[in-house]
Design a protein around this ligand. Sequence first.
Ligand SMILES: Nc1ncnc2c1ncn2[C@@H]1O[C@H](COP(=O)(O)OP(=O)(O)OP(=O)(O)O)[C@@H](O)[C@H]1O
Length: 361
Amino acid sequence: MEIRVEGLSKHYVSEGRSVKALDQVDLVIPANQIFTLLGPSGCGKTTLLRCIVGLETPDEGEIRIGDQVVWSRRQGIAVPTEKRGLGMVFQTYAIWPHMSVFDNVAYPLQVRGMGRDAVQARVGEALRFVQLEGLERRSATRLSGGQQQRVALARALVAEPKVILFDEPLSNLDAKLREETRKELRRFLGQLDITALYVTHDRVEALALSDSIAVMRAGRIVEIGSPRKIYFQADHRFVADFIGRANLIDATVRDDANGLTQVDCALGPIDCAPAAHAAGSAVTLCLRPEFLHVQPGTLPDGRNVLHGRIESLEFVGEVLDTEVRVGNTVLLARSEPDSRLAVGDTVSLAVRPEHCLLVSA
Ligand SMILES: Nc1ncnc2c1ncn2[C@@H]1O[C@H](COP(=O)(O)OP(=O)(O)OP(=O)(O)O)[C@@H](O)[C@H]1O
């Protein structure tokens, strides 16, 4: 089911000060997508999710789920949470510690007065789906964090909602488990005809899970796009910066040359992939470190060859993060993790035009 948000605003009053948590948000979340709200702490992600769920009352605007208006100030409509047909999974697993796995998952069906056999069948199906069959009688607290989160997912799915909402569901898991659970979640959701709205401040989680990402800042949606679009062709400098590690350099567009767009910047002239920026316009050149490979010594001059000196090295396992000073600019680049480079070495960087991304300044 599609979710449609129009002109949604919400402010809070905290210690006598008014905080605008949502500022005229317009958003369409297409049916059957995994759609993520991503942004820095305090940008309004949770408030937007809670307004859609019905746990917060907006100041103005309208929210539709499918064909139904669930909240509208103008029309005086406020459908209560339990009648919005949603499933929810939150950061704290919110499973009941005194209940078994089975009872936790059965709860939403029992409160609706569903018969025993039907409950048995539906819970069995939900637990098979999240691969927890055989653990029905186990006390829910005697499960690993990842398993507890799967119980929460089974409980959210058991009532067969058309929309499921997640608020930072993986943030209490350790890094390895978070990665595994993320993959599982993607697989589970891919098997269902369901619209999933997912809130996170973790860009890797957003990139790995989502069909679409909406990047938020200060109560507004800055940009919406597929993970690849947001990562490689962001329209805003803030988005390019937030979604991944990036060297962002002020630049001015020159004329097109040989089918490439050339810019002038502190690194000198740089050839970039063809871009629709007029000559003379101010842009931001975005160079991602994974496309800047450090090569020892001095390469012959050529297209997009940069010469510099190593300013710092940081071994992080899979790569050696390498800061290279090129003129007055320090670029974050990458070296092979087993390389013998040292601070102060003379090095070169060669970057292909298709890896030189341009973003509006
Ligand atoms: N109950 C509240 N009372 C007062 N201010 C609030 C309340 N809830 C949220 N806010 C404020 O509204 C703004 C948006 O908060 P929100 O929780 O939606 O952000 P968020 O993007 O989800 O952040 P985080 O990633 O840290 O959870 C923040 O400035 C926050 O301090």
